[in-house]
Write a new protein. Sequence first.
Length: 310
Amino acid sequence: MPNLKQVIDVLETLYPLRYAEQWDEPGLIVGDLTRDIGVIAFAADPTSAIVDEAIEAGADLLVTHHPLFFRAVHETGGLGFRGDIVRRLYQHGCALWVGHTNADAAWRGVGQAAADAFGLTNQQPLVPISDPQSDHPVGLGRVGRLAEPITLNDFARRVFDAVDGHGMATALGVQVCGDPDAMVRTVAVLPGSGDSLFDEVRATGADVYVTSDLRHHPVTDAIEQARYEARMRAAGIALGKGDECTRPYFINTPHAAIESIWFNYAVEDVPQAVERATGGRPRVTWLHRATDPWTWTITSSGTSHHGVRA
């Protein structure tokens, strides 16, 4: 049976820490390097409920996408939930490893998993990372093409089906900015918070951008600029990219749900790689509990949609 150090070495070969954004701190958070790893659990967030499920499942290692310590933390005592999570993990012999922006950028990582689920071909990273050690293109997000142009309405429904059915059940659905009958083919995808990359998306000429956590003012400004540039191109003035069509439109997805599509790959890739490296193959489990904080929505007067178990 492999020990934690051997498993971490494999994880950090699949999802190298050098891919992480400068502000990020993924990797091993809790754990005894000498402990044997027989069961690995995967989940989007290390919430208290997820930690309970991992312990109940007998997990020796919990792999999450989102960090337990996202910003500076100065204590892990009994005054806050983070200290309690650390205590319970150590008490039950369960390690915690985080694959965050390093997993976003990796081959068969978070960005590629979502792009594949949406049917994109000819993919390239939205923000490439130069890595001579990789046999594949790596970097944040993906830009690719659909096999055939489809309406924005049909593509948005495809996104919802992939996110809700292959990522995490969501009460929020997806929000769409654009003409439902517009034809789209080139798609940019960035699972997670993506409004800082509008300029990079515009530079690709993508017809639609799929991401999360989009805010009113940045999206309003971005779609107004896109509409203006389309009018100028129709008048013969070269602004932006493409023809007289507005681009990009926007699809806003629940943050943890779209990122959870990655686990379809990780639950296969990680145990296979551990077995190749060590000869031992850990069992894996994917904890599907919804960790988006929003659990129900009201979409019209008198209509409430109670979604998922939190």
